[in-house]
Ligand binder design. Sequence first.
Ligand code: IMP
Length: 174
Amino acid sequence: MAESITPLISKEKISTRIRELGAMINQDYANSPVMAVCILKGGVIFFADLVRELTMPVTCEFLGTSSYGSATESSGEVKLTLDITHPIEGKNILIFEDIIDTGLTLKYIKKLLMARNPASIKIATLLFKPESLQVSDIKPDYCGFEIGKEFVIGYGLDYDGLYRQLPYVGVFKK
Ligand code: IMP
């Protein structure tokens, strides 16, 4: 069967939700400085759109991980491919992720960053698959949309490196 993409969340819905998330974050942090940590590569578009809604002092950092597995299923084995470049001790960290699926990637990242003694760590994710979650201690503080177990692409999310540039989120079938 040929590959297919079925639109799931439109560009307009995403931008409305990003503005809502920005307002929530601005309210919660008041004017406290935030270190915004983008998880590459999938988080980059969500990060770029959402940081522009923030009104407190924001510094931007990038962290890369790769997880072994097939193109559509994560194996749970996570490796750091790029570290952030500044100390985080005493800082309020806000992580920007494209999707929480099993939660294993964020569990790994949170443990790594917690060891560096930040003041706080919160998680913002565009998408969350609650039915796929395999860890109890990871929950998004700011979530764009909850979705089912389907494999999705677009707005930063890829299949085999492709489709990240789509302005909407779609369900991908091989
Ligand atoms: P985890 O299972 O929560 O550790 O998710 C690990 C990573 O797998 C995410 O950051 C995404 O890059 C990728 N991923 C999980 N589900 C999807 C999906 O539906 N589409 C594209 N990538 C996904």
